[in-house]
Ligand binder design. Sequence first.
Ligand SMILES: NC(=O)c1ccc[n+]([C@@H]2O[C@H](COP(=O)([O-])OP(=O)(O)OC[C@H]3O[C@@H](n4cnc5c(N)ncnc54)[C@H](OP(=O)(O)O)[C@@H]3O)[C@@H](O)[C@H]2O)c1
Length: 76
Amino acid sequence: MKVIVTGATGFVGSSLLHDCISNDEITQVYALTRKHIPREFTKNPKVTVITHDDFLDYPPELLEQLSGAEACLWYV
Ligand SMILES: NC(=O)c1ccc[n+]([C@@H]2O[C@H](COP(=O)([O-])OP(=O)(O)OC[C@H]3O[C@@H](n4cnc5c(N)ncnc54)[C@H](OP(=O)(O)O)[C@@H]3O)[C@@H](O)[C@H]2O)c1
């Protein structure tokens, strides 16, 4: 299962990212973020970091990259 996580630099989102990484049912996590996230996440092969500034705008290329995700954990 592929999931999207927002707010990964924050209190809740970073904890969720840990949970997603340790959950065997989750195969891929897209961390949608405005800023850099800690290396402990970026070096994990399950995590794809997507830097994106405007969370009100989703260009087609970004939507294509996120296609296949079955859940979005939104903690902004
Ligand atoms: N903390 C709790 O106990 C708790 C409990 C229940 C619900 N919540 C809810 O969960 C959400 C996150 O809470 P938190 O405590 O984790 O907050 P936090 O530590 O301040 O983190 C906020 C996160 O949201 C991102 N963010 C803020 N404004 C954004 C914007 N305009 N566009 C994109 N990203 C944005 C921040 O990214 P940047 O680093 O890029 O700024 C950061 O990753 C909030 O909606 C809060 O109401 C929190």
